[in-house]
Structures are given as structure tokens and as C-alpha cells.
Design a protein. Structure first.
Length: 215
């Protein structure tokens, strides 16, 4: 596996942030870079969705720059951390959360791996609920998907309208058809003056409270 060029990226950013480097780069903070971190993440997703390999390579490079940039900023602060700390942290986490690969634990499926990951994560972070740690800033649809995935281990009544939804999905055969239906649902809601993002966000909050009440 290649990675020998990574120190060059770190060195370039060190030069940009050092005296005599770039005034714009030197002026950036964790807070000022947030918009770029989000933008690069979405542009990476767009490249992946477009199945554009060259764009993917470029956008993932821009996203990697954000990680190195934040590490360089922290390195300059008292009690800060550097890029090696970031790498060490994620390496240790991957080993720790894959005991079926690096230890003796046995799993039967990818679903078991996902469940074990979330359980270990909850213990490590001392979380009281499977819903803890789902970022509030996520788009409502993405947050709903994470909530549904996390709450599989909790015995909680199914959401209302689940039967009607299953009947509808039985007639939908492809991701494209599902996308068209969701788009039509948004259009219909908009024609009624309803905000689909806000509606789903509030529904997720209600579901979180329901899941927590059954834990």
C-alpha cells in the first residue's frame, strides 16, 4: 500500500503556515475552515455519485488537505495535537473496534460487525443511549437513516405509517424509482406549503425520545 508522498503534503502545509509563507493560509483557524471542510465533503460525494474517478481523486485530495490543515493549526497551540496523533488515534480505533480481525471475537455477518462497532463505541464514549453521538447538524434524511440503523437493537414500536410505507416499497424495484418517489413527495409537500426538511427533522427528534424511553 502506497503512502510515501504523505509527508510531502505535511511539509507543504508547514511551509504555507510558517513565516514567509502564505498570508491567507496563516490566517486560517479551525472555525474559519469549517465551510471548506463541509464543501469538500459534499464535492467528494458528488464525484462518487458521478462515478468520476479523476474527480474523486481530486476531491478526496482537497478533503485530505482539510484534515492536515486542522492538524497543523492544532500543532501550533498549547497542548495541541499533530497529524501523527490523528493517524495514531484512528489506527488504534480501527484495531480496537475490529476484534474479529485483530482478536478472537467471532462474527457471522456485516450486520453483526456494525452492531458490535456501535456497542463498543457507546462503551468507549460512555454513552447512555444508542442515539447519542448522532450529529445534530446532519441533514434530516441522513440523520433519520443513522437513527434507524442505531436503534435496531432497541425493542421499540415501529413508526406510524410503516405498514403503508412497506406496501409502497413493495411496488418500487430500483433506487431510481425510490428517488423519483421521494422527489415527488417533496414536490407535493412544497405545494402544500410544508417544509420536508423541517418535518423530518422534528420526526427524528420525536423518534429519538421514543427510542430513549424504551432503552
Amino acid at each position: 500500500m502506497r503512502g510515501s508522498h504523505f509527508p510531502e503534503l505535511v511539509a507543504v502545509l508547514d511551509r504555507l503556515r510558517s513565516p514567509g509563507g502564505c498570508p491567507w493560509d496563516a490566517a486560517q483557524t479551525h472555525q474559519s475552515l469549517v465551510e471548506y471542510l463541509i464543501e469538500e465533503a459534499y464535492e467528494s460525494v458528488e464525484a462518487i455519485d458521478s462515478n468520476d474517478s479523476e474527480a474523486m481523486r481530486e476531491e478526496l485530495g482537497d478533503l485530505l488537505l482539510q484534515v492536515v490543515f486542522h492538524a497543523r493549526i492544532s500543532q501550533e497551540q498549547d497542548n495541541g495535537w499533530d497529524i501523527d496523533s490523528v493517524i495514531d488515534g484512528i489506527t488504534d480505533k480501527l484495531v480496537r473496534r475490529h476484534p474479529h480481525v485483530f482478536g478472537d471475537e467471532q462474527v457471522d455477518s456485516a450486520a453483526d460487525v456494525e452492531l458490535s462497532w456501535h456497542e463498543r463505541k457507546a462503551k468507549e464514549k460512555k454513552r447512555d443511549s444508542v442515539t447519542d453521538g448522532i450529529p445534530e447538524t446532519l441533514p434530516a434524511l441522513m440523520r433519520a437513516e443513522k437513527l434507524n440503523s442505531r436503534s435496531k437493537s432497541v425493542s421499540v414500536p415501529q413508526p406510524i405509517y410503516i405498514d403503508e410505507t412497506n406496501e409502497l416499497l413493495a411496488r418500487i424495484e430500483t433506487e431510481g424509482q425510490l428517488g423519483d418517489y421521494l422527489l415527488a413527495l417533496v414536490a407535493s409537500a412544497s405545494s402544500l406549503g410544508l417544509d420536508t426538511e423541517a418535518a423530518l427533522r422534528k420526526a427524528v427528534l420525536r423518534r429519538i425520545e421514543e427510542v430513549r424511553s424504551h432503552e
